[in-house]
Ligand binder design. Structure first.
Ligand code: GAL
Length: 767
């Protein structure tokens, strides 16, 4: 909250600075702001022949429309001098603060621009700052000339409080026709269409979406259209009455969608105004912009032709709904030139005034009797839609909510556009509604399917980390394939990387517990689990198993039958760094309190088997792979060796493979079977360890459960049936996965024991 109030003060200061500098070059008579609000305004003699109109219409199109209406006025009242008091900044982002200061100081303009709805009523009417204008409607017979719905949003306690000059539509997507044609694009109807088009455009090096939110209202504007698309008209309306919960999953979806859209927006959006963003589209540097139809006024003002140079459609997923706002002019209580003001309002509300103004402004008349022929193809389509669509009120432009609430939403958007933190934004929106006293306290974010966070969106990709092992370039290349395949299978967005070391990988998973996946070997998993609760998902399967084992072997004639018999015996092993060849057996022996005799490092699994076979050592430790059985499958807990009665039959078959009756030997003994086909007759398995998991795919401790399940399924399918696996996970040069299956934390107990024995920690792992 503190941050927000600091920001607000900064904004207010900025507004003062802008106002003090005159703000905008196009302003003919910059609004003057008293330096001290408390100071009494200088008493000016009232000049009957003046009229000060206050607005923020300075950009192409809007300024032209205003001048056209001034022309109508001047033709009727040549004796009245118009003072065009404008403060630049779309949606009144600067003007409203200047107006507020003037009104407070008792220095109102003769008439000012104000949006129909809450902005008019809550800010000015209930504050007794306005004079009703019902009499103007009555005198001119206008009560029949305006749609009842429009009159309603201008009314309070039986009076009408301002004169509407137009109806604007907020939910319009504008696009550059040539850019769309060149890229073979259809006009997007839904969010999916939009993102598909955005992808194509990105790939072609064109900014998909132009945004100019140096006035943050432009992002609020985009947000309202995204909310409408995600919620539909009824639930959208409910947001402003308290009926729709801001904590609902639909709002989360909308926020996620917005965050995803931002990934396709021009990077300098915070430096541009709405019309500069429209110019990007005009220039073909960007393909689309989502903006109110004053953008059409802007396009017309720079000589573009509707349907030829630019096209339009309802913003994504909003066809059939017209997000509406209306610019109106009011009569402030104590207007210095009240008669001029009444004359102005009479022109502004007239058919002639509106038909001069709106075709240039890019809006349709608020009156029902506008001359359709004067309006171009876009505006005619807007007239038709306004007459037939569902109507929803714009929040960015004052129709839906009070200015205080809009300001709070703008503040949320200031942070959200910078950090794309969906949860924080949703919390901010909930608080804003509560502060506006429309929502009851206690609304919280409701977790819905896949909507908890933005994890897995462009804005917040899931990080996939590989422990550096094989060639890093190869890993990154294959990482791209995995990224693609996972994206296709789950619709989520991933980012593969290879951190610089084993501990760095674990640290990254710990630092980012809700969005990381690590391909960790068993020891890495056990450590990461201990350090920060990383959870197992899958382990790779090789030869049907997602675990492997260590075995203790000895000569059948050695008299060694159990591990206890190994006390004092000579021990052959490959190397001290080998998990199945040394680390695991040594931990088991220590745990049993068995002290062996001499230890002989043989260099590998094969020499160890040889050393046992030749009687150079009493026993050896090597890898165990379960035998293939004549029927069924070997299960953990089954005897590891070939049944005694079949041992005499063991030997090489025609293909040189070691078989014993129907059993095929796959453990380390088979590595010397060529030179020693009787290896099974000579060397037996004394015992084996518990299963040691193969390399894993593990998840950060706070990884959203639904996403995890979805990803696990996708990876299993990828390994089982996607050709791209052969170029990545399944490649023998890489991880050589032949399949993948679920693995559980208890499967790592043996490895934990071993690491404890060895004193393996995050600091010394891999050394
Ligand atoms: C809106 C206003 C429009 C247009 C736009 C950009 O709030 O209603 O008329 O001027 O801001 O400035």
């Amino acid at each position: 909250m503190k941050k927000i109030s600091i920001l607000l003060s900064l904004l207010v200061i900025l507004v003062f600075l802008l106002a003090a500098c005159g703000g905008d070059e196009a302003t003919e008579a910059p609004a003057d702001v008293p330096e001290e609000a408390e100071e009494e305004p200088e008493a000016e003699p009232e000049m009957a022949d003046q009229l000060e109109i206050f607005s923020w219409w300075t950009a192409g199109g809007e300024a032209d429309g205003l001048l056209a209406m001034y022309d109508v006025f001047s033709a009727q009242h040549p004796d009245i001098e118009i003072i065009n008091a404008t403060v630049a900044g779309g949606a009144g982002s600067n003007a409203k603060a200047v107006l507020a200061t003037r009104m407070q100081a008792g220095d109102p303009p003769d008439s000012f621009q104000v949006h129909a709805g809450h902005e008019l009523i809550d800010s000015w009417v209930v504050a007794d700052a306005m004079e009703p204008v019902t009499f103007i409607f009555e005198e001119n017979g206008w009560l029949e000339s305006y749609p009842p719905g429009v009159i309603e949003v201008l009314s309070h306690e039986g009076e009408i409080w301002s004169v509407p000059v137009n109806i604007h539509r907020s939910n319009v997507l504008w696009y550059n026709t040539a850019v769309f044609e060149d890229n073979g694009l259809e006009v997007p109807v839904s969010f999916d269409d939009f993102f598909a088009a955005a992808e194509t455009l990105s790939a072609a090096g064109i900014t998909p979406l132009a945004l100019g939110d140096n006035g943050i209202w432009a992002s609020t504007h985009l947000m309202e259209d995204v909310l409408l698309g995600a919620l539909g008209p009824e639930a959208y309306r409910g947001l402003w009455t308290g009926e729709t919960k801001w904590g609902s999953p639909e709002v989360t979806t909308a926020l996620n969608t917005f965050a995803r859209m931002m990934e396709y927006a021009n990077e300098d959006h915070a430096a541009l105004s709405w019309d500069q963003a429209a110019q990007l589209v005009a220039d073909g540097d960007a393909a689309m912009t989502i903006m109110g139809d004053w953008a059409e006024g802007y396009f017309l003002s720079i000589g573009m032709e509707p349907e030829v140079d630019f096209g339009w459609a309802p913003s994504p997923s909003t066809p059939g709904t017209f997000m509406m706002l209306s610019d109106t002019f009011g009569l402030p209580a104590g207007a210095p030139h009240r008669d001029s003001a009444v004359a102005w309002l009479t022109v502004a509300g007239s058919k002639e005034g509106q038909d001069a103004f709106n075709p240039l402004k890019g809006s349709i008349p608020a009156r029902t009797d506008g001359d359709r022929e004067l309006y171009d193809a876009y505006l005619q389509s807007a007239m038709d839609d306004f007459a037939s669509n569902e109507i929803t009120p714009s929040v960015a432009h004052g129709a839906a909510a009070s200015e205080g609430w809009v300001t709070a939403i703008n503040d949320v958007m200031t942070f959200f556009t910078a950090d794309l933190d969906v949860v924080a934004a949703q919390e901010g929106m909930i608080a804003a509604c509560e502060d506006a006293a429309v929502c009851e306290e206690g609304d919280t974010i409701v977790v819905g399917e896949d909507t908890l966070t933005d994890i897995g969106t462009e804005a917040h990709p899931i990080k996939v980390l590989f422990v550096p092992s094989v060639d890093v370039d190869f890993m990154i290349e294959s990482g791209d394939l995995i990224e693609q395949a996972l994206n296709e299978a789950t619709g989520l967005v991933y980012e593969v990387s290879v951190p610089s070391s084993y501990p760095a990988t674990i640290e990254e998973m710990c630092a980012s517990p809700d969005d990381t996946i690590g391909f960790l070997p068993a020891m890495g998993y056990a450590l990461a689990n201990r350090v920060c609760g990383v959870e197992p998902g899958l382990a790779s399967v090789r030869y049907g198993w997602n675990v492997y084992f260590a075995e203790f072997i000895a000569r059948r004639d050695s008299g060694i039958d159990t591990l206890a018999d190994l006390e004092g015996k000579t021990w052959g092993y490959g190397e001290t760094s080998s998990t199945s060849g040394f680390l695991v057996p040594s931990a088991l022996l220590n745990e049993l309190g068995i002290t062996t005799g001499e230890m002989v490092e043989t260099g590998g699994h094969t020499p160890t088997v040889n050393a046992v076979y030749n009687g150079e050592v009493d026993f050896g430790t090597v890898f165990f792979s379960p035998p293939l059985l004549p029927e069924g499958e070997w299960q953990e807990g089954d005897p590891p060796d070939i049944p005694d009665e079949l041992v005499p039959e063991c030997g090489l078959n025609d293909e040189g493979k070691l078989w014993c009756g129907g059993y095929r030997v796959l453990d380390a003994r088979q590595t010397i079977s060529e030179q020693a086909p009787d290896v099974v007759q000579v060397v037996k398995i004394v015992d084996i360890s518990q299963g040691i998991p193969n390399d894993t795919m593990s998840f950060g401790s706070d990884f959203p459960e639904e996403l995890k399940q979805m990803i696990i399924e996708a990876v299993i399918a990828f390994v089982q049936s996607d050709e791209r696996c052969l170029e990545s996970l399944c490649n023998p040069q890489f991880y050589e996965w032949t399949d993948a299956s679920l693995i559980y934390d208890e499967n790592f107990d043996t490895i934990r024991l071993m690491m404890e024995e060895q004193g393996i920690t995050l600091e010394n792992i891999g050394q």
